[in-house]
Structure formats: C-alpha cells, structure tokens
Design a protein around this ligand. Sequence first.
Ligand code: SF4
Length: 694
Amino acid sequence: MSGRTDSARAITVIVTFFADLRRFLPRGADGPQRYMLSGNATIADLLAVIGIKPDADVTAAVDGELADRETVLHEGADVMLLSPMEGGAMDRFGYWNKILHVNLADRSTRIEEPGDAFFRRYAGGRGLIAHYLLKYVPKGADPLGPDNILVIAPGVITGAPVPGAGRHSVGAKSPLTGGFGESESGGYWGAELKRAGWDAIVFHGVSPTPVYLWINEGQVEFRDASHLWGKITGEVEDLILAELGDKLIRIAQIGPAGENLVRYACIANELNEVAGRTGMGAVMGSKRLKAIAVRGKTPVKIADQRGLLAMAKWVSGTMDEKHRAFHEFGTGAAMQGKSLEGGMPVLNYRLGAADTIAKVDAIAVRDEVRVRMGACYACSVRCKKVVHIEEREEAARAAAENVYKGRANVAFDPLGRYSVDPRYGGPEYESLAALGVNLGLDDLIAICKSNEMCNYLAMDTVSLGCTLAWAMECFEKGILTLEDTGGVPLRFRDADGVIKLVEMIAYRRGIGDLLAEGSQRAAQRLGRGSEAFLTTVKGMEMAMHDPRHMPVMRASYLLAPTGGDHMRQTSNRNGLRNQIGLCHFLAYEDDQSLQILKTVTGWDITPEEMVTTAHRGLTLARLFNLREGMSRADDRLPARFSDPLPKHAGLTRAQQDKIVTDYYVEQGWDAQTGVPTAETIRALELEADAVHAR
Ligand code: SF4
C-alpha cells in the first residue's frame, strides 16, 4: 500500500492496471493494487501517486464509469486504468484479420487475412482450430509427425478489457486420442498475442533444431533454443526475458515432458497457466518449438467501450453475490461436500469419499500454504491460488518477512522434504483431486510439490494423476509387478513415491516410459485385464467429476470431442465461450455473454447466431474425429462407471445410449451414427470444411 495520505480522512482505492500500464505496477506485484489517498483525492492525484504523467494517454474508469482527471475518488473506489481504446476510427473491432502461419521446416512466415465473414463464422478457439485441422492435416497423419499442425487460437474478444476475456485455445491432432486435440488456457499470454496484432498462429512442419519464436508486435523472429532445450519452464522464462530485455514479455512454452513427447505434456504460459489437456505440449515438442515469446502494445479495438465498462462494473459490483467463493478459495472449496455426497474420485474412482478430505481441499490450501490469489488478464475475480512452501522453518520465516512484508505466512515442510516456488501458482481442484485423494494422499505439501513439478516439467495433472491411479490399481491387483516396474513400487497413499514417479514420467525413465504413453496405451501394451481399471474416454483420462454422482457431467464426458473433458464443452454456453475466448467461471448469463460479444465486435449478433456458432465449432470437431476413424463406439464411458459407488448407481449402457442419441439429434447429426447430416452442414455453412472431412 502506498500513496499520499491524510490520516484524518484517508481513503483506500483499488486500482486495476491493464496491458501496458502494468509497467506502473509496484515491483513484483500482479493484479489489482490498493492505494491510500487523502479523502478528496482525484484521478489526477492517483496518477501522480502511481507515477503516471497527468497528460498521459490513459483512460480511467471509476466503478465502471468513464472518469476524467478531476473525478473525486471515494473509499473503496474500483479504478481501472486503460490504454486508449480506439473506437470509431475503423469498422473492425475485437480482431485484426491477421493469422500468422509459421513454417518451422524452412523458417518462413506468411500472413493470412481471411476476412470478416471468417471471424464471424469461426470466432476463434475450437471453431478456428477445427477448420485448420481439417484443411491442413492429412487424414491418418501421425500426431507427432511433420504433417500435424499446432494452432494457437484466442477468440474474438480475447484481450478486451473485461473480466474473463483472457482465454486462448491450443489445438492439434491429439497424440493422446488420435482425434481432435484442444485445450484452453487463461493468464495473460492470449491477450498479449492479440495486442501484438495477431488473431491466431498456425505452426506447420518441424524445425531441424530447437527454436523459439519471438513475436514483437508485427515482427516475427526465429531464435535458436538449443541452450533452452532440456531446461524447466522457470529457467527458460528467466533466460528468454534476459535475452530479449523486456520484463513485460509473455511466454508460452513446453517443459522437458513436451521435449520427451510425453503424450499428455502441456503448454505452460506465465509458468502457472496451462493448456493442459490432450497432449498439446508433445505436439509442440515434436516440432522442436520450445517457446513463443510475445510482446504486444496495441490495444484491442472495442466497438462500444461504455457498454463494455458496464459489464466490467457488473462483475465487480456483484462480487459477493456471484463470485465470492471463487474469489475467496478458487476451485476446490466444495470437496468436503462432494465427499459427503459420495462423489469424490478416490483410489481410482472406486470409493466416492475420503475421510481425510479436509486435509487437502481448497480451504486447507488457504489456511496452510497459500500466500495470495492471482488473476488472469482483466479479471477482478482473482481465483488463482498461489502457494509458497519452504523446506525449513527459518527460510519460511525469512520469506514471510522479506518477500511478503508480514502480510502472508509462508508454510514449511515439517519433514524437511519439499519446497514449492510461488512462481508456479498452486493446485486447482483438478490437481488437488487427481494428484491427491484419487491416489489416496492426504499430504498437502507433497500434492503442492507434484503440482509445482507438473508446471515446471509441463505435464497435465489430470492425465498424469489418472494414469498413476490406473497403474497403482494394477499394482495392487498384481497385474503390474516389481519386475515390470524395475523394482519401483506403485502404491496408493505413497506421497513420496508419487513425486519420484512424476519425474520418471517426464524424462521417460524406467516405468515412467510406459506411463508417459497415457493409461489407455499403457493398458493396451500391458494387457492382462488392465483395461478394466481405465478411466478414459476416447483415450483421454477423465477429469475429477464422477458422472455417476453428477448427471450434468455425463454428456460432457461421453461427447466432448476431446474425450474425458469435464468443461461441458458440449453445451451451447461453454461451446460458445470457448470460441470467443471467455472464461467459463464468470457468472455471466447468456444474454450478458452476447452483450460482451456485441460491445467488443460491434456485430449485430442474435442469440440464435450465438448458438449456431457453438454448434458449428462442435460439428467441425466431430467431422475431424469421424475422419480420423472415431465413431459412436467411442462415445462411451469406460467399464468402471458401470460399477456402482457406495452412494450412486452405475451408469448402464442404455442410459449412456440415450444421452448420446439425444445429443446427436440436438446437434443435427444422424441419430444413429452421429454423422452431421447434409442439411446441418448446409445450415451451418460448412460445405467447404466438409470437403476436407472425407
Ligand atoms: S475467473 Fe479465474 S480463471 Fe476465470 S478469468 Fe478470472 S481469474 Fe482467470
């Protein structure tokens, strides 16, 4: 806290800095900042305290309303400082009409300007990724070979200054499922790419040597990454920032897991945000592309800045009512309730409850290891946990004093085993469950450690945890033996064993080589009835929401184009958000999402067109999966979920079939085969894409 104060009438205001204005953040700070000012302070006074010149080209808003330099601030005022939003000068808003194609084989680039109709049709995310996969990836291509492409696709609202608009998707043919691969990430990287003037990047081919891409606004440079290859994400970030000399650069990168083609390697941005699912890090590794560094200084153009500010104001004004739990705990606050209801994945999805759950949920994280909450671009919800653990008590005390100035306690490991670096964030619900209770663990420090390792080695915590749970059940039943594992025991409830296995998998050492293939491939290789313990759909391990307990998850797992995905991408709501680049956690109603889309792009879009956009993305992904050999037989849960839990019945084949058929009909696909009908293809204007689906 800083500022000019008048002790009698001091007020505190909360200031959020957008984009380039982050350079005015106090050193080491992130997200909204508190400033103490005199009671009659104005915006001009605040700017002076921050160090911004009074005539700087900065737009200010107070409680969501535009404010001028003379606007008087009040106690608790929610101030936003933005770079100029240039509305009105051009008739294109939200996107630039610029897609960067990068050929890694010959190190050339080209710019595609596909036109406004293209962006209105695909919007971004899944729609855009599926379009390019159908167009450029030959049928049957090896996901880890030169014919696969890697697409990075924010949405048309990504980079707009409104909570939730910091998302980007990464897509390719998945090395885990052999079908449509895609994963979303938050943080700042996607917004930075948009601010650099790009709507998407499509990587083609394979680089002969390790390389990283440096995108500085419109300039694109290939840079040698030999010295970065083999390094963990934190080291790579430090080296690139030092090399390029700008601390505001944002970096998306793979870790050793991606280099070693672990089939569920992820792509990390800002070290603690990940495009986690479907093995996109392995595709990036197969292309010898270590990182993409981006710096963008051009604000995304907004059609109706007042309208957008009103949406931002709605989020901050309804925080208590709509987002308090998220703001307070992030994901994972409801784990005790889930366990009481018998729906918690425990010991490879067998039990539904754990009496140790309170030791490892988000409440325990807050009380024991968390030092603060972090945020994504433009988001006031701040739902991202940041944990800090030291091995020794003295080091923890020193960090609390020197780093946090007494504002946070720093935990230490009473067993002196592990430290956890706050740069790598903290465990979300999926990681707490997949690396914790589903492996029988109640050791919060070890769970935070394996989560940190997954971020610095860059691996998906869900697929990793589920693969370990599968292997542990095989070991428990004598299907996997010490002879198979090279003497490494694979036991539930063995926290230190999990830490060792995480590293073995990332570097494909010993039994880690088999487990790096993902549980389904490993089961196919092992045989011996081990398939019975799988928790995969279409080859991807299911997330930590048991469909026997949560009916709402059933369609998501059965029908998401990526396999065992819990994000309910199959719904119109989330399908649309994926494509436009809006976070699922924001409690916007559908008409508010529509409003955001309109205020950013200026499109005169109807609710019906919004639904059509979501259907288009899902149908394109379906076309890709069908072309790659998937069928109705792949829209099925693994055998485990036919078994009952103590408190929930198993799901019968007939129940699953009904969900699948109903969904096919809703999407306009053939009710039996799930093949999109000619009429649907026409209605969605996908004739050109469908040509590539044969
Ligand atoms: S709600 Fe959480 S995940 Fe979503 S944009 Fe905000 S901080 Fe990021």
